[in-house]
Ligand binder design. Structure first.
Ligand SMILES: [Zn+2]
Length: 178
């Protein structure tokens, strides 16, 4: 089942999500719905709060690693810096160059509650940071300077008002939405 994606202004996106304690049938069904919703969007990552579920989990598929589920993720300190265009399914339309660690390791639990650890580089590292931010009530615009944030919000407004179409380049960049 495709779930409605919550967008900027919905308070659930700003709440810290709760840890997952029950790895049960309900969680598996939620996981299936989140994957279906992510692929339909389309996006490369989707966190619980984005579908109104304030639990610490996300699904992702960067085209090489995935589809995978991560519960209760914890990131290591990260290394390097990469500035690349980033978008968010909850802020549909605009993209902006966003600084992230180039390499980062994510530790968490799979659908059965077993520990997993994945090291990500480039896009995968970006996904881990973007989705874990969602679980702390943070959005990628919070990682931008004032000018960057203003430009994203102004573009979002123009798109919402129908004054601007997401460009072809931007449609191609949809791969980076999370
Ligand atoms: Zn996002």
């Amino acid at each position: 089942m495709i779930l409605p994606i919550r967008t900027l202004g919905d308070p659930v996106l700003r709440e810290p999500a709760r840890p997952i304690t029950a790895f049960d049938r309900r969680l598996r069904s939620l996981h299936d719905d989140m994957l279906e919703t992510m692929y339909a969007a389309p996006g490369v990552g989707l966190a619980g709060p984005q579908v109104g579920i304030s639990l610490r989990m996300f699904v992702f598929d960067d085209g090489e690693t995935g589809p995978l589920f991560m519960a209760n993720p914890v990131l290591d300190a990260g290394a390097g810096e990469l500035r690349e265009e980033e978008g968010c399914l909850s802020i549909p339309g605009p993209y902006h160059e966003t600084p992230r660690f180039e390499v980062i390791t994510c530790r968490g639990q799979d659908l059965e509650g077993c520990p997993i650890e994945i090291s990500g580089q480039g896009l995968l590292a970006r996904i881990f940071q973007h989705e874990t931010d969602h679980l702390d009530g943070m959005l990628f615009i919070d990682r931008l300077d004032d000018d960057g944030r203003r430009s994203v919000l102004a573009e979002l407004r123009r798109i919402e008002l129908g004054l601007e179409e997401p460009s072809q380049k931007r449609r191609l960049l949809r791969r980076t939405d999370g």
